[in-house]
Design a protein around this ligand. Sequence first.
Ligand code: NAP
Length: 296
Amino acid sequence: MAKLLLGKEVNASLNERVRSKAARLREAGITPTLAILRVGERPDDLAYEKGARKRHEALGIDCRSVVLPAEARQEELLAAVEELNRDASVHGVLMLRPLPAHIDERLVCGALRAEKDVDGQTEASMAGVFTGSGVGFAPCTAQACMEILAHYGIDCAGRRAVVVGRSLIVGKPAAMLLLQKNATVTVCHTRTADLVEVTRQADILLVAAGRAGVIGAEHVSEGQIVIDVGIHVGADGRLCGDVDFDAVSPVVEAITPVPGGVGSVTTSVLAEHVTEAALRMYRDRQSRIYIRQETF
Ligand code: NAP
């Protein structure tokens, strides 16, 4: 039976890092702050916001909600983003998506400053992930996969990583992050010929296909590490992933469960990004003060 790669174990060490960074920032007079920008009152958004607020506050990060009515005009939303861009007391902004259909999501996301884009929602952040330039942040879910691998000491260098899924939010950034860690990466999608043949070759198999149970016993082989990003409500009402856990776990070496795997690490990564954004802004301000002192 496979070893379980548990989100709660990853969170314990990740949260400790965040807590200590937040405490150091507070000692320096900075309260790390996340603004959650919400349009409307969708129950999913409200539930997510409540959970994120609780988790962040427990780690020493302030959370501020900015709420616009569901019928808000695009200009109003852009003005709210601009105000958050300018507000020096806000270090990270999370825009709850999808935005209502009458809003151009790409345009509004693009208006957010990459420095505050703690969930990698802007093209500037995406460029940062692809170039490794350190601008912006990777999407939290893709980063959560990397945190799990790092926590369990799984070295990616020289290993064959196969990513199933090529979305901008998970598959593509995850592939780039694996590449940064020197894995040899293959990205699969619905047009991949002979998916079984490709996935069986992987040392690390990361699945973000958005289809419940799409990866079965025939797709895997012994010794593999399987990271399951999918989240679905199964026919029995229970949560399940993109990987058929019961079929795959007897074969592979290690696997993330659903629930209790990637999903549970995502919010901790968001908190990590908020403290990192606050730290970067603090360092940037300090260096500008230093330059001014040097100049005059
Ligand atoms: P998405 O936008 O629907 O993308 C799915 C990708 O998988 C597409 O690239 C698609 O290929 C590919 N795909 C679908 N079926 C396939 C198949 N049978 N064989 C090979 N490739 C296949 O989904 P997403 O937003 O990336 O999300 C993926 C999963 O992660 C979902 O279950 C979602 O709920 C979950 N998720 C979890 C978190 C978290 O915090 N844990 C966060 C975000 C998403 P094409 O490009 O060819 O269509």
